[in-house]
Unconditional design. Structure first.
Length: 417
């Protein structure tokens, strides 16, 4: 059958981190593998191999629970440079087939193989060739192929691992209609509860829902949800999307033991700021809003947000604000297991100088730092860490945290939505 309409694929690398570890450790192949932090230090599972998933282990599960479910698993904290290297090779394979490749994470990418746009070849044949070439690297991928991103995303999850789920144009509505509303990316627990309160449980029901009632439940996204549920979304695969300006840049860490004393919390907050700052500078971003996040246990999290006096990318400038927010979300003696810091408000950041001088009279630059030593010091520190690793320079406050840090790699995120 000739393909009709757009052909959008989503490539999803199967249990990517764990698969790479099995590739690099031949004796681990066929055995349960868990990439994550230590159960003894409040680690969290990043990825579990399919062998480990049979025991009920999944991403974001506390490592102690994963250890209990699968005591014989092989554990590693991960080798992220190696993962990025293989990710680049996979994306190059997809790029050989079409210039329209939108990488959305280290292990996922949308691609456009609509016939006649860049090739006259059948889209299914292209997907199969991509899968074969990825398999030649020693890892595998699953691909969903449909008329838009929504269908491709859902289809990619249907037949993992090594699956190729194809949904042709004429099959789209029948494919979507019986699925629960949670199958749509972006429909979280809160939105799903609102939809169920209206009697909307499936995508077929969502596609037929009354827009007036729907707006009361989910707000301005009502029309878009209906279009996606009906298979009418018109997707554009953007070559530059994965390089787009994020809406936030954040870091958070879970600690091996609870932090209860103020000096510990302050050290943790400064540590998170010191992780975010270099990432802002690397991307050429300045932010004017800071969010502090504290998690007390698995069910209780509090956040506080504040606008900064001026846009900045310097943790020495926004760090004091993060410390001030502590009193809004924490009281002395309360146990804290996770600390996170996020910077946002890039679109509002103004290029003009708001003041010519720092409070101490030091000349100020456009980025909100001083015109001389402070900025040069920051740039030298970034250069040293880039060349010799993040631990090449350590602040005194970090020494207080050395025993408290979990060995789960810190959750650092560039949020785009």
């Amino acid at each position: 059958m000739a393909w009709e309409g757009a052909a959008i694929g989503l490539l999803d690398l199967d249990a990517f981190f764990a698969s790479v570890e099995q590739l690099d450790h031949p004796d681990w192949r066929g055995r349960p593998v868990i990439v994550g932090g230590s159960p003894q230090r409040r680690g969290v599972v990043s990825t579990a191999s399919y062998e480990a998933r049979r025991y009920g282990v999944h991403s974001a599960m506390p490592s102690w629970q994963a250890r209990r479910l699968c005591p014989d698993a092989m554990w590693t904290t991960g080798h992220f440079e190696r993962y990025r290297e293989l990710s680049r090779r996979v994306m190059a394979i997809v790029g050989d087939e079409t210039p329209r490749v939108e990488q959305v994470s280290v292990d996922e990418a949308f691609f456009d193989v609509t016939p006649g746009r860049y090739s006259r070849e059948d889209p299914i044949a292209i997907c199969r060739r991509i899968q074969r070439r990825v398999l030649d690297l020693g890892i595998s991928c699953s691909i969903g192929l449909g008329v838009n991103k929504t269908v491709a995303k859902i289809a990619s999850e249907r037949d993992k691992p090594r699956g190729l789920c194809v949904v042709r144009n004429a099959q789209t509505q029948a494919f979507l209609a019986p699925l629960p509303v949670e199958a749509l990316s972006g429909v979280g627990p809160s939105a799903a509860r609102g939809l169920r309160a209206l009697g909307v449980r499936s995508l077929g029901e969502l596609a037929q829902a009354d827009l007036v009632r729907l707006r009361r439940a989910v707000g301005s996204q009502a029309e878009r949800l209906v279009a996606r549920a009906a298979g009418l979304e018109r997707s554009q695969v953007s070559m530059a999307c994965h390089q787009a300006r994020p809406k936030s840049v954040s870091n958070e860490r879970t600690f091996a033991h609870d932090l209860c004393r103020r000096e510990e919390l302050e050290a943790a907050v400064i540590h998170m700021c010191a992780l975010v700052g270099p990432r802002l500078r690397k991307r050429g971003l300045r932010a004017d809003e800071l969010t502090l996040k504290l998690r007390f246990d698995l069910d209780h999290t509090r956040t506080a947000r504040r606008r900064l006096a001026r846009p900045t990318d310097d943790e020495r400038m926004f760090g004091p604000t993060a410390l001030e927010l502590l009193d809004d979300v924490w009281s002395e003696g309360t146990a804290v297991r996770l600390v996170g810091v996020a910077l946002s408000g890039f679109d509002r950041a103004k290029a003009e100088q708001l003041s010519l001088f720092m409070p101490d009279g030091t000349p100020m630059t456009r980025d909100g730092s001083d015109g001389g030593g402070r900025r040069r010091l920051v740039e030298v520190e970034d250069s040293i860490r880039s060349r010799f690793g993040a631990d090449a320079l350590t602040r005194g406050s970090d020494l207080r945290l050395r025993e408290a840090l979990s060995d789960t790699v810190g959750n650092n995120h560039d949020g785009t939505g």
